[in-house]
Design a protein around this ligand. Structure first.
Ligand code: NDP
Ligand code: HSE
Length: 445
């Protein structure tokens, strides 16, 4: 196929919901500018969606609409298949079939790639087609391209990001407006941010899918979602958000991938971040990803991480990349995970016990002489150094009588395994009256 301004790259769209609808609209609205950038036209000429009538209302007479996705994949006139159905089920089958049919594929489906990426990228390589997935991480922010291409000179040390808009929206609204969790979640769903199954958002699974992809691209390791440590925001209490604020921190759900000498940390959990960091001030459904490279230092990428057109912006960028490369020899394609497939690293993903970080602990204790000494003694036994201790006066602990108080301890860096041992010992003290709250803290300096 030759590339010229008259030529058209024909796209088949699987699923025209929130992101699919945005993709159709953006391609239509900006088609002339996109043609000037791509060197040829790009048009969605066929759509497959279970709801044919709704799809027809979106595309009018600009594209053929069918209910059967396989009819689209079998169409020899389709050059690129865009998968915007979601999930690991039918989406995987259709992506594999599209690759087998020799079609390039664009997808926003982080769940699919984080779990089945190794198989999908291998099939694409064997067939000489591109699988592009900019929209799969941080929606409209071109973080895949930045990490894979813009930062290619660097030895990447760590990547840390707010990579789930729904949870950031929930945390922001709860803190700023005092709204209840359920109310804010419903609003995120109404705005099209949340996954089909919102537990993926609030339990940290969606962020872990994205962190898995970032770790693979940053360090040249295979996608290994099953080894990620995942903790969501459902157990976070208003008291900890408040105390963190009093100590100069905000709590964000971060996805973190960090290189250590012995392997790679891959984790998602609520994290205390100093209020003065830019990333601590990323609010609402906005996303931000920090990348630390040895040459460039710290960089940060900020923008809308979800929603119809922001995500479509990334899908269309992938389509332009493919249109530019459609006639190019396959060995000129950029490797999907940044590193050549025969140069991948075998560095292991470290178990959470091996992760090194600092901690925020909150202990509900009996307000008696000697309690603090016992607790600091247990931490000292584990060689855990204390950064700060504050005690809330008994009357500041809402709803409690004067015999109890909250102790908040910030520690310096230590291995999670040591902290587990210390927490078990502290929890066994008769003066510790409730389950100890443990949150991780990152300076991101
Ligand atoms: P939606 O649920 O809005 O859209 C999915 C569409 O696919 C629906 O129209 C659905 O039809 C259709 N569909 C389901 N099964 C089939 C099938 N077998 N054949 C054809 N069509 C089918 O999802 P989103 O647009 O929100 O998400 C799409 C993908 O993008 C997901 O992987 C998601 O994780 C990802 N993503 C979403 C973002 C967002 O902000 N929403 C941001 C970044 C990524 P029906 O409704 O009738 O079931
Ligand atoms: N559910 C996801 C989020 C969509 O809230 O960030 C974007 O991937």
């Amino acid at each position: 196929m030759s590339q010229d301004n008259q030529h058209l790259v024909r796209v088949g769209l699987l699923g025209i919901g929130t992101v699919g609808g945005g993709t159709f609209t953006v391609l239509q609205r900006n088609q002339e500018e996109i043609r000037r950038r791509a060197g040829c036209g790009i048009a969605i000429t066929m759509v497959a969606d279970l709801n044919v009538e709704r799809a027809k209302q979106v595309v009018g007479d600009h594209a053929e609409v069918v209910a059967d996705a396989r009819q689209l994949i079998a169409n020899p006139n389709i050059d690129v298949v865009v998968e915007l159905i979601g999930g690991y089920g039918i989406a995987k089958t259709l992506v594999m079939e599209a690759i087998a049919a020799g079609k390039h594929v664009v997808t926003a489906n982080k769940a699919l790639l984080a779990v089945h990426g190794t198989e999908i990228f291998a099939a694409a390589r064997a067939k000489g087609v591109i699988v592009a997935f900019e929209a799969a991480v941080a929606g409209g922010i071109p973080i895949i391209k930045a990490l894979r291409e813009g930062l290619t000179a660097n030895h990447i040390e760590w990547v840390a990001g707010i990579i789930n808009g729904t949870t950031n929206f929930i945390l922001s609204e709860m803190r700023d407006k005092g709204l209840d969790f359920d109310v804010v979640l419903k609003e995120a769903q109404r705005l099209g941010y949340a996954e089909a199954d919102p537990t993926f958002d609030i339990e940290g699974v969606d962020a872990a899918h994205k962190a898995t992809l970032l770790s693979a691209i940053a360090f040249g390791i295979p996608v290994q979602f099953d080894k990620a440590y995942v903790e969501g925001i459902t157990k976070l209490s208003a008291a900890d958000i408040k105390y963190a604020g009093q100590l100069g921190y905000r709590i964000k759900l971060l996805g973190i991938a960090r290189r250590q000498a012995s392997g790679i940390e891959l984790r998602v959990h609520p994290t205390l971040v100093p209020q003065r960091r830019l990333i601590a001030n990323v609010e609402g459904a906005m996303n931000a990803v920090m990348v630390q490279g040895d040459a460039v230092g710290t960089t940060m990428y900020y923008g809308k991480g979800a929603g119809s057109e922001p995500t479509a912006s990334a899908v269309v960028a992938d389509l332009v990349d493919i249109a530019r490369l459609i006639d190019a020899p396959t060995d000129t394609h950029v490797p999907p995970l940044a590193f050549q497939h025969d140069s991948m690293s075998a560095a292991p993903i470290l178990p959470i016990e091996e992760v090194v970080t600092s901690f925020y602990l909150r202990l509900r204790v009996a307000d008696q002489t000697g309690v603090l000494a016992k607790i600091t003694g247990i931490l000292a036994e584990q060689n855990i150094s204390i950064d700060a201790v504050i005690q809330r006066e008994a009357d500041e602990v809402s709803g409690e009588d004067g015999n109890q108080t909250d102790l908040i301890i910030l520690t310096h860096d230590t291995k999670e395994g040591r902290m587990n041992t210390a927490i078990a010992a502290m929890q066994a003290l008769p003066t510790v009256l409730a389950p100890i709250v443990r949150l991780r803290k990152e300076e991101l300096a």
